[in-house]
Design a protein around this ligand. Structure first.
Ligand code: MEV
Length: 428
């Protein structure tokens, strides 16, 4: 690590151009020319656009987008772009989807496009009375919320209902209002946050309390997507494999230590499509994990069982607050291109495809884990990365990767030594 004695307080940093900021960072961190050139190289996003998307931009990070094939969702074939840095993820979805293609692929549904915004009210002496005073104002609440976004209302969205809860807390009971809003094809964070902020003074007036937080909940349990699929036992290697996979699911269902890894595998697929389409990966991740713990115990997001005909039946259900309009989805040209590949016209369609990918991803991981283990397949794909990290270029990459797999030693030290040997043999 380069220890710099320069100050991290750089006056006017946010007002500099991207190039000026990069120069300042290079001076601070002692970056060499090659590193600066790497950071300065444009990716497939206009640097001006990048500079407007977030603050203090110096560079962009390109992540590979792979296409998942073999997916049939609700009777329609789709190609699914997945943005991920992890090898095996895309291949696992392709393989899993192939094995259930003949039984019709994935059947999906959604609960709706409803987002929740929370308004936290404190300092009321009679929280239960205050709760009712808010509930009595339902029509006013609806009018205030809908008044914030006439365009959303015109598109068929807007306020739908409200819930008011008295929540015991360390600081005493607080009155929490939930605004439940149909945000149509938007993820909806901005729409519901504006509604919560606009409503706050009225809630204070009606109750005599003090409003603190006004923000959406990422536990979007009114915006759940579901997918199910059937894998014939003979397509997956027989009843033994099926039962091993069901036992793997039972493990995740029973034990949060395993459930965290099981669900991480699901999110490998889910987050890759969420990212490729410019949606908010953190919102979806937070919602998924909170949903997995909704009954007070963290558990699996999927369920697996044997059907009457002995086939393996999988089902997934998770909140999928994704949108097609607004944010990076709308302005990032690659996200727009990925949406074109998917051919979706509504946020609900996108959510349904993502749920199918999550289920396929889980199938792939469980099948590998319950049979050969994941390392064999994973390492074969990972070997390419190890070869590149060891310095292999061009056709050396595939040759070196194959050697590492053959020697069952997909390791950096072996890769470096083997590359040297390969090059030595060539020049000898
Ligand atoms: C690795 O990224 C994901 C897995 O660990 C998922 C799982 O264990 O189910 C393979």
């Amino acid at each position: 690590m380069t220890i710099s004695n320069l100050s991290s307080r750089i006056p006017g940093f946010h007002r500099m151009t991207t190039a000026e900021r990069l120069e300042a960072v290079a001076a601070f961190s002692g970056l060499d020319g090659a590193t600066v050139a790497q950071l300065g190289a444009p990716g497939n996003i206009d640097p001006h656009l990048a500079d407007h998307m977030i603050e203090n931009v110096v560079s962009t990070l390109s992540i590979p987008i792979g296409i998942a094939t073999n997916l049939r969702v609700d009777g329609k074939d789709v190609l699914v772009p997945m943005a991920t840095e992890e090898s095996s993820v895309v291949a696992a979805v392709c393989n899993s989807a192939r094995q259930c293609y003949e039984t019709g692929g994935f059947v999906t549904s959604v609960s709706g496009n409803l987002m929740i915004a929370q308004v936290q009210l404190v300092g009321v002496p009679d929280p239960h009375g205050a709760r009712l005073r808010i509930l009595e104002r339902r029509d006013e609440v609806a009018a205030i919320c809908d008044g914030c976004d006439p365009m959303l209302v015109q598109l068929g969205g807007g306020f739908r209902e409200m819930e008011v809860r008295v929540v015991p807390s360390l600081g005493g009971p607080m009155v929490v209002t939930h605004l439940i809003v149909d945000t149509r094809d938007a993820m909806g964070a901005n729409a519901v946050n504006t509604m919560a902020e606009t409503l706050a003074p009225s809630i204070e007036r009606w109750t005599g309390g003090r409003v603190l937080l006004r923000i959406l909940s990422n536990l979007a349990d009114r915006r759940v997507a579901r997918a199910r699929a059937t894998w014939p036992a003979e397509a997956i290697g027989g009843a033994g494999v099926r039962d091993g996979m069901i036992a793997a699911y039972h493990f995740a269902e029973a034990d949060p230590y395993r459930a965290a890894t099981h669900n991480k595998g699901i999110m490998n697929g889910v987050s890759a499509v969420v990212l490729a389409t410019g949606n908010d990966t953190r919102a979806v991740e937070a919602g998924a994990h909170a949903y997995a713990a909704r009954d007070g115990r963290y558990t699996s997001l999927t369920r697996w069982e044997a059907g009457a005909d002995g086939a393996l039946v999988g089902a997934i259900e998770l909140p999928l607050p994704v949108g097609l309009v607004g944010g990076a989805t709308k302005i990032h040209p690659t996200a727009r291109a990925c949406l074109k590949i998917l051919g979706v016209t509504t946020a609900a369609e996108l959510a349904r495809i993502i749920a199918a990918v999550g289920l396929a991803q889980n199938f792939g991981a469980m099948k590998a884990l319950a049979t050969t283990g994941i390392q064999q397949g994973h390492m074969a794909l990972h070997a390419n990365n190890v070869a590149i990290a060891a310095g292999a270029v061009g056709e050396e990459v595939a040759r070196l990767a194959a050697t590492l797999v053959e020697r069952r030693a997909v390791r950096q030290d072996v890769a470096v030594a083997e590359l040297e040997r390969m090059r030595g043999a060539r020049t000898a």
